[in-house]
Write a protein that binds this ligand. Structure first.
Ligand SMILES: NC(=O)c1ccc[n+]([C@@H]2O[C@H](COP(=O)([O-])OP(=O)(O)OC[C@H]3O[C@@H](n4cnc5c(N)ncnc54)[C@H](O)[C@@H]3O)[C@@H](O)[C@H]2O)c1
Length: 336
């Protein structure tokens, strides 16, 4: 197995909490260097994760280190240029979400990765959460999914990263990406209500979407609520999945309700129908109670390193993220 030489750009929160711990756990990696414009931040993480070299200039790092791949873990408005420079320097690239702060940037990134012949993976970690993978697989065994709901609400500022872009593109995109991935179709119609509550910028987006293949979806996002709640519902004839990946904290559990015979007309008049309930524990499925392992970050990094080795496109390749960014744009432009 080829040893993969990895460099990291950005020694901030996401680097420290999930990507460097994940990379430390993956075999066959040479974590060669880390770069941050603030030298102490690079030094601190280099020491913590036993990375040999630190840089403040990523151009210099690319020339000196000649890595196989680079993780670009910087603020959303910085990602585009750095990803371009890395691909032009001949490396495969992992970028954190969003895939550029505009649809225009996402489209340019798709063309650039194609022209450079490089893997460009986007950090849409929800797709890789072992719990979500298991629930979607089980649902597909039992039914045809016809309806999906994604909810991401928080209490905070919707002008993300000093106002470089909206929470809708920087954060709600996680929920939109799951709708896009599971529906696996283009939007045919949508109706979106957008509001602005206690905020100088819009901060609540509620939308109903119909995809070309007939799947219906509901998106609920609001950044002035009681706190972080992140859930998904999947429905189809005979089966419904309720996925909870956040209620205040970092929940990771799901329940599937499966109709096994007679359906329910009225609980009070005719009693409940025939059903079974299956419960899923995300930490058990991931075989870890570490957040970076049960919340999809480790698995997305494993997938990326695998793609660097094989050249095969990963699940959250830039083209998949472009589809999610197009859906985001569609939701916004179908405002009522
Ligand atoms: N997938 C997720 O669940 C998730 C969660 C949080 C953040 N993110 C994404 O991760 C990215 C980073 O977020 P964060 O919260 O860690 O940010 P952060 O501000 O904590 O860290 C970013 C770091 O990048 C450095 N940096 C910026 N420009 C640089 C440059 N040109 N060269 C070298 N270093 C540079 C900054 O100095 C900073 O230390 C964002 O794009 C964000 O959207 C993803």
């Amino acid at each position: 197995m080829k040893n993969v030489k990895v460099c990291v750009i950005g020694a901030g929160g996401i680097s420290n909490s999930v990507h460097l711990p994940s990379l430390r756990d993956i075999d066959g990696i040479n974590l060669a260097a880390i770069c941050d414009v603030i030298p102490e931040k690079a030094r601190k993480l280099a020491e913590k994760f036993a990375i040999s070299e630190t840089y403040t200039n990523y151009h210099e790092m690319l020339v000196n280190e000649k890595p196989d791949c680079v993780f670009v873990l910087v603020q959303p408005d910085q990602i585009f240029r750095i990803a371009m420079d890395c691909m032009n320097a001949g490396t495969d690239v992992f970028i954190e979400k969003p895939a550029g702060i505009t649809l225009f940037q996402s489209e340019s990134l798709v063309r650039a990765s194609k022209d450079a012949g490089r893997i460009l993976q986007v950090g849409m970690n929800r797709r890789y959460i072992p719990l979500i993978q298991a629930v979607v697989k089980r649902m597909r065994e039992m039914t045809t999914i016809t309806q999906i709901e994604g909810c991401f609400v928080k209490h905070g500022d919707a002008a993300f990263y000093n106002g470089c872009a909206s929470a809708f593109v920087c954060d709600t995109i996680h929920a939109i990406d799951i709708l896009s991935w599971i529906a696996n179709s283009e939007p045919a119609n949508a109706a979106t209500v957008i509001s602005c509550v206690n905020s100088p910028v819009e901060n609540a987006w509620n939308s109903v979407i119909r995809f070309e293949n007939g799947i219906q979806a509901v998106l609920k996002a609001n950044y002035q609520t009681g706190g972080r709640v992140h859930t998904f519902e999947l429905h189809g004839p005979n089966a419904s999945a309720y996925i909870n990946i956040g209620f205040g904290g970092e929940a990771c559990e799901a329940t599937i309700l499966h109709c096994t015979g007679i359906g329910t007309f009225s609980l009070s008049a005719a009693g409940s129908g025939d059903f079974v309930i299956e419960k899923f524990d995300g930490k058990e499925i991931a075989k870890s109670d570490k957040y970076y392992r049960y919340y999809g970050y480790y698995d997305e990094d494993v997938a990326f390193i695998g793609s660097v080795r094989t050249g095969e496109k990963p699940l959250s390749d830039i083209t998949a993220s472009l589809r999610s960014m197009r859906l985001a744009e569609y939701i916004l432009t179908h405002r009522i």
